[in-house]
Design a protein around this ligand. Structure first.
Ligand code: PLP
Length: 396
């Protein structure tokens, strides 16, 4: 026999991937320029020039057997040191390379951190709308996911959190800037959350952790992203360079365990153990070094800002209701007619590929990934207008 849970996971197509494949099929039929694919969060802005030159420099100067060989499992020592120095100087929190573990992107950071923490009967609280893969990682580790609704503006609902966090909660997973809403949590929210987790940990008699999933940290539009370790001691940062440096296919990120975590050294050892269990030998060696040299740099966020401004202004002028995004590269739009799946289906008639919000744990919205060429947004606007008019016609 085989593991039926794994079989099911492998057969189940993610809604986002399904739309993406549908888009490729439609492009072959009606022409690439006539399909408006807003399904997937693949960065459209190239990696900074520096990244390309650093790749070339490393290839030209480091002997290949060294450059492409295994590194230590948690990462090359000089890379871990560069990351910990960066965190210390940028955010003003004490860090040491002994708490940095290089990973294959945020997906690996999260699955490793969850596996490191998870014991039988544990719950992980996720705040809806949430990145659908959280469920896969938590359930894969044997935990239960508890979905906590957010407030109407997609910021934290503290009453809901208070009700949801209890004796079985192992961690709360937080994602800011947020996929799919673009919301960025404020310092005030993190202060309140820190106090809540502290109280709940005392009631439980052991630590409840904060897993901060931050692949979009650098992609913001004029707002500060507070650093969660400053607000709560039992914090594990799950970082990735996929979006900030447009390196999504290279699979590179890191875990930073706060040195103030309860039994931080044991926890870090558990992170290393979880990495082993999941079969991660080390993160890609070349890109560990590329990223260590690129800390603090990011792709041109101005390009995403222009896309956001264009799309937000055009859609709201047409009559759509959207959440104004403060970060990341997604616009969360109220589904006309209220049923997100039906709305997404109807949008296909105009070759608009919009992801229904149901798989993110909320109903009634669609996610538009605006990490696309500006011309795609410009060409899509008449289609959005026709879609709106069709709904208005149906209602009248
Ligand atoms: N977390 C969130 C909120 C994401 O949006 C994504 C990817 O889209 C990930 C994690 C996984 O990122 P990575 O490609 O670095 O594994």
């Amino acid at each position: 026999m085989i593991n039926r849970t794994m079989q099911h996971l492998g057969e189940e197509r993610s809604v986002i991937r399904e739309l993406f494949e549908y888009g490729n099929m439609r492009k072959a039929v009606v022409g690439e320029e006539n399909v408006f694919d807003f399904s997937i969060g693949n960065p459209s802005v190239p990696a900074p020039d520096f990244v390309q030159s650093e790749i070339r420099r490393l290839i030209d100067t480091v002997p290949p057997e060294k450059l492409h060989g295994y590194t230590s499992a948690p990462g090359a020592p000089e890379v871990r040191k560069a990351v910990s120095d960066y965190i210390e100087s940028k955010f003003g929190v004490p860090m040491s390379e002994g708490f940095i573990y290089m990973t294959c992107g945020a997906a690996a950071s999260l699955s490793i951190a969850i596996t490191a923490l998870c014991e039988e009967g544990d719950e992980f609280a996720v705040i809806a709308p949430f990145f659908p893969e959280y469920r896969v990682y938590a359930e894969g580790a044997g935990a239960k996911v508890v979905v906590v609704p957010s407030a109407e503006d997609f910021h934290l609902d503290f009453d809901a959190l208070d009700r949801a966090i209890g004796g079985r909660t192992k961690a709360v997973i937080l994602n800011s800037p947020n996929n799919p809403t673009g919301a960025v949590l404020s310092a005030e929210e993190l202060t309140r959350l820190g106090a809540l987790l502290e109280r709940k940990s005392l009631e439980k008699g052991e630590s409840i952790f904060l897993l901060a999933d931050e692949p979009y940290r650098e992609l913001t539009y004029g707002v500060e992203v507070p650093f969660p370790m400053k607000y709560y001691h039992d914090t594990i940062l799950c970082y990735s360079f996929s979006k900030s440096l447009s390196l999504a296919g290279e699979r590179i990120g890191y875990i930073a365990v706060s040195p103030f975590c309860c039994h931080a050294e044991d926890l870090f050892a558990a992170v290393c153990g979880a990495g082993r269990t999941l079969g991660y030998v080390c993160a890609p060696a070349l890109f560990q070094r590329v990223c260590a040299a690129s800390l603090g740099r990011s792709s041109d966020v101005g390009e995403y800002r222009k896309n956001r401004d264009l799309l937000y202004k055009a859609l709201t002028e047409m009559g759509y209701e959207c959440v104004p995004p403060e970060g990341a590269f997604y616009l969360f739009v109220k589904a006309l007619g209220g049923d997100a799946v039906a709305f997404s289906e109807r949008a296909k008639k105009y070759e608009l590929l919009l992801v229904p919000s149901d798989s993110f744990g909320v109903k009634g919205y669609v996610r538009i990934s605006y990490c696309v060429a500006r011309s795609v947004i410009e060409r899509s606007l008449p289609a959005f207008r026709k879609l709106y008019e069709e709904y208005k016609g149906i209602k009248n």
